[in-house]
Design a protein around this ligand. Sequence first.
Ligand code: ZN
Length: 139
Amino acid sequence: MTKPTQIDHIAIATPSIDESLKFYENALGLQAAHIEELPDRGIRVAMLPIGEATIELIEPLHDKSEVSGFLAKRGGGIHHIALRTPDVDENVSQLKDKGVRLTADEAAPGAHDCRVAFIHPKASGGVLLELTTPPERSE
Ligand code: ZN
């Protein structure tokens, strides 16, 4: 059975990455390794490495982005937790066999050429869980 091996990133939705970086960089001393726009998902993300994991700040590019509803409802906060796994496609098929609800039927390309899938919060106690396989480990 394929299983996740570590926390890959914790994603925090924010109305403004620039505003959030004042805290994460200036006050906390972390540093954004890079900032990337993902127009097809309607978001801009900043990656702040911390040990083996990353804090991912997500900002909406417009009001139909994948975090807009979350921000409107909660005004920011932890959006999802991502678990790194050696083979997300295998996880998806195992989870479907077990009747676990996913947000899509198949894994899809994510940031940094990772392959990702999301487990619905209703299946995981209220937390949106991402499963992610980095490109170098996808074979
Ligand atoms: Zn993520």
